[in-house]
Design a protein around this ligand. Structure first.
Ligand code: DAT
Ligand code: MG
Length: 137
């Protein structure tokens, strides 16, 4: 079993898609081992996306992620990291495959409904950024 870190981003939460996304997560066989609703500050969003600090879209990205409430989750499954990336689809919803979450709920490359860790090291960092070990028992 592997764990990954996922976010229902502010666009999807504000549009009322959190329930549908969560239903899909269960349907696909993930175990939700941690879940909370948060309203990130700009500084907290910057800390989370620190690896992207030099990218031209960093300001836009962190403004968006701190623009409203989101849902952060720890998901467990065999091959959870890749499985969740596959379910989300490509970063740009226009390029995401039919049936993926970003295709269904994303509206632009910036406002793409969900986040998922891309590797074991980033999953470890991202899980620990939002959850204490005791919250994931
Ligand atoms: P992913 O979220 O698929 O891992 P990423 O790590 O490359 O994609 O980028 C993180 C987020 O930054 C992405 O979900 C949305 C935003 N982003 C990426 N590329 C962008 C761009 N060209 N313009 C605006 N926002 C972008
Ligand atoms: Mg990424």
């Amino acid at each position: 079993m592997e764990r990954t870190f996922a976010i229902i981003k502010p666009d999807a939460f504000a549009a009322g898609h959190a329930g549908k996304i969560l239903a899909r997560i269960y349907q696909e066989g993930f175990k939700v081992v941690g879940l909370k609703k948060l309203y990130l500050s700009k500084v907290e969003a910057e800390g989370f996306y620190y690896v992207h600090r030099e990218r031209p879209f960093f300001g836009e990205l962190t403004d968006f992620m701190s623009s409203g409430p989101c849902v952060v989750m720890a998901l467990e499954a065999d091959n959870a990291i890749m499985k969740w990336r596959d379910l989300m689809g490509a970063t740009d919803p226009a390029k995401a495959a039919e049936g993926t979450l970003r295709r269904e709920f994303g509206t632009s490359i910036g406002e793409n409904a969900t986040h998922g860790s891309d590797a074991p090291e980033t999953a470890a960092f991202e899980l620990s950024y939002f959850f204490a070990g005791l919250e994931l028992l």
